[in-house]
Structure formats: structure tokens, C-alpha cells
Design a protein around this ligand. Sequence first.
Ligand code: SF4
Length: 468
Amino acid sequence: MSRALLVVPPLVKYTAGPLLGPAMLVGAARDAGHQAEVLDLNIAFIRASGVPLDGARSAVTGDHDKPREALRRVDALFRRQLGLSGEASGRVADPIGSAAFSLELVQQSAERVLESFGASICEALAKQAEPEVVGLSVLFGGQVYWALAITQAVKEVWPRAVVVWGGAHVTAIQACLSELLRAAPSIDGFVVGHAERTFVELLDRLADPARWPASVMRRERQGALVRAEGDATVMPLFDAVALYDRGRLTLPVQMSRGCSYGRCSFCTYPAIEGRYDPVSAHLLQRHVVQARALGAALSFKDSLVDGQRLTDFAAVINRRVRWSACTKLAPSLSWRLRELGERGCDTLEVGLETIVGSSQLSIDKRQSWQVFERALEASTSAGIALIVNYMTGFVNEDSVEARAGVERVAHALRQSGNRGRLEVNEFQLERLAPEAGRSHLRITRTWPWASVCDWEPIERRRLHALVG
Ligand code: SF4
């Protein structure tokens, strides 16, 4: 038997509950007879910053149920302490949140974190039973600074512990991992992809490094990259739910990996999650029982739950818990919504992305305004909050047309009286997105710890000249 500790570094701007990835690894490790715990330094950081939590939840369920204003203050504090300039770098809207800096600057920020918080990180670690493996769960670039600081603190507190980083961000920067292994010697390995099986194999064979799974990417193997094997049927275990925002408590659940659509050119889900792989809806039953016992809502983390699966999940849940999910607009969605609402669905998130025709073509996601309007009307009458994700700044997009699109969607939402919201983001070019390989743009800059790149459009005239 081996002992593992999974650590969540700040800052993930979410308070409503534990993260799924570490809980899956805990579930997989304990199933295999090992010991594993989660140390969530993210929620500890948020609570230590004095943000009032535990009040009433907002009007929605899921990722958007958060104390926004309070988290904005925590985020500002978090950024100040990193000592980095937050000025935009080319088209990268949030260099700090993306870790879009040189290796040296990121390392300097990690050292600042250690100066300010090293003693409290070490104290929090020392309260745990000594683990043989420490897993760092890194979802976003903004967690890298603390993850580096925590890695160094682990080596001080438990010099023999093996430190392995995983999570969506590690998968997203896979092209740089060899370089990062050389630059950050305290990191013993990276795991790319879903790691439930790899993690258990590592714990099983810990005593003999020569037999560690090939999917733990290490210096000793010259950074050879083998994607890890997941196990989506593992039951995640959530131990310390009392730490989270009591008024909002929400458990994550994921019933498929990958995306059943998988074509949007800006999106990295298919590359990060792998091919579409759903698990049977009947496995949802145990998650509903767990959430109900804890008085929690359920939030589906699937990149996309299609209409039929929403109906199947609603039948299993059948009002026992409040729940939320992401789905794709489709003509059949509107006639399903009443039943979903009756069976506890509180919030649906849809990626409308853009209503600008040329941008829809460019990103390969065509959706009609009429379908959106019908879904908005039906969700409002079913009492379901609709979160509408929208993006501007696509390659060669007309900014006036883009702005008009935002206004039109915002107006429709206001008129509908739906309690959901419009979330507008600026297009960011991700290394693993299909868009990064397209000929209408040129990547002008990358950073080793960042999944996003800077880019410039190739003018159509020049493109025509290039392709003859
Ligand atoms: S944007 Fe949504 S629908 Fe498109 S590929 Fe990504 S997850 Fe799938």
C-alpha cells in the first residue's frame, strides 16, 4: 500500500465544491487499496483572504454559481502577490491567468509566493500524514506559480516524496513538458491525459522506479510522452465538503469524456479529453445518492451533454437533486426542456459562441438564431436558467459586427426574463486548438508554461498570394 496526497493550488475562482480530477484519483487509489487524500489549498487561500462565503447561492447552479464580487477581490490580491505585470501581451488577454511569461519570470513569481506563503504552505502540508506521492492538480495557467511554490515546499517537508503534476493544463502544454522538466528539477514527472489508471500503477510500483508507468513523463526517460489512461467509471470520493461554500455546495460529475460534436476550431476539449467516450447513464445513480446525502447539487462536467443524454440523466435524477449541465443548441432541445425542468434541471449552459455568419463558418459551428430563440423561450418557461457563452475576436472577424451580435444576444436574454446570463469572452488561441494549425493566422509567440499563443491574422490578400 502507498500513500498519496493530491494538492489543488490557487487560484481557481470557484467556491461551491471540490474539484472532480483529484476526487477521481482518490477514488481510484482507494479502490486499489492505497491511501489518498486531497489538500485543497485553493479553497484555503480563498477562505484565508477573508471573503464572505456560506451565504445564499446565486440565481444559477454550476460553475457560474459563485460570489463574483468577492472572488474579484481575491483574484486582485492573488495577482498583486505574484509581482507580475498584468499588461496585455499582444492578443493574450490575461497573461497572468495564462502564465504567458518567460521561465525566469514565472520562477520569480513562485519564489515570491514562497516568501509570502512558504511557512503556511509548509504548515498545511505538515498537518497531513507523510505521503510517498504528491500529485499537483493544474487546470489553468494561473495555478502554475503556486504549483511551483508548493512543489518546492513539498521537497522541504518530505524530501523523499515523488511530485507529479497532472490536470488539463499539463495536457494543454504537452509540447513544452520536456523543457519544463529540465527547468523545474523539483518536479519528478508530468502526466498527460486522464490519470486514474496511471496513478494507481504508479502507487502500485512506487518502490521500483524502473517499473513506473511510461505515462509518467520523466527526465530519466528523456521526457518521452505517453498519454495516460483514464477510467471514467471510477467513483470520485469527496472527503472534506465542509470546507466549501455551504450555501452553494455542488458536486461535480462527468459521464463522458471528449465531445460528441468535437469540431469547433477554437476548442481544445477533444485534444485534451481524447475521443468521445460516454459511460452508461445508470452509473449516475450512485452520484445522485452521494449528492443527496450531502444536500448538494450536481454539476455535469461533460464538455457537452447532448439532448438524449440530458433526458436520460433527468430520468435517473428525477428531482432528487438540483443539477446543471452544458449542452449544444439543437432544434430538439426546446421540446425537452419542460421535462428537464420538472426533473430538477436548474441551469443549462450553451455555447452559442457567435451569431456572425462568417465567424460561424470559420469556427465550424453553425447554429441558427431561431433555434437559439426557441431554446431561450422554452428554458424560461421551464424555469431553467440559460448561461449563454459567446466569443468575439475570431480571426478576421469584423469587430462592429461582433459587437452587434453581443448586443442582440444580450437584448434577447433581457427580454426573455430568463435568470441566466450572457458570458462574453475574447477568442484566445490555444496551442492544441485546430485553429492553431490553420493558414489564416500565424503564431507569433509562445511561452513554455502557457497554453495560449500570441498570433496575427494573415491578410486574405497575402493568403491568396501565398497559395497562388
Ligand atoms: S466548443 Fe463545445 S461543442 Fe465545440 S468542440 Fe468544444 S466542447 Fe465540443
